[in-house]
Design a protein around this ligand. Sequence first.
Ligand code: MD6
Ligand code: FE
Length: 220
Amino acid sequence: MNLSLFADDDYAPLGPAPLAPGATASVLLRGFALPYLDEMLPALDAIVLAAPLRHMATPGGLRMSVAMSNCGALGWVTDARGYRYAGLDPVSGQPWPPMPPVFLRLAQEVALAAGYPGFTPDACLVNRYAPGARMALHQDRDECDFTAPIVSVSLGLPATFLFGGAQRADKAARIALLHGDVVAWGGADRLRFHGVAPLKEGEHALLGAQRINLTFRKAA
Ligand code: MD6
Ligand code: FE
């Protein structure tokens, strides 16, 4: 008889937990961002004031349902010319707002806790999902250095994160991401397909009828 309280692989106590079975280089940190939010939310307001959220177009000409902005030295953009990182906001012609120190601190604390010391993100993509918005399965492969992890912070309404495998057709795990949850992945999982299911209607006490996702990357 097995008397261990912790024998079940699916049991997720406090602290880092694998994002999905077999995804050993991916970590879910429930609520890790919560202590940072008093400082982060005003900084986020200032970012989207300077670089407003906008619906970009895919290279194929489709309007994305997720509205996006960036902060940091580089920002992720998409248009008819393709997906890439750019130092200037194409809407304003100005540099993206700098990455607030509290954003950098959170990303680095997460990376350390997830087993990726020395993470120095130069880009933070801000994604806003209104109810119905979704992100199709994709790989993050516009960065120069796949040895650096990606750190992803979820705020506001809950979402169902889809975490697949190395092939688009691989079955994806479904993980609920709640306000303050953080995901980090890299290493062998860095190029896994992933996405977000259509956001359900709802009202979040702090953020209203939306989900905000921040992803920190080392783009250059
Ligand atoms: C999102 N996230 O959660 C979309 N990519 O809104 C991503 O596409 C993503 O969360 C790479 C690493 C973490 C992510
Ligand atoms: Fe992604």
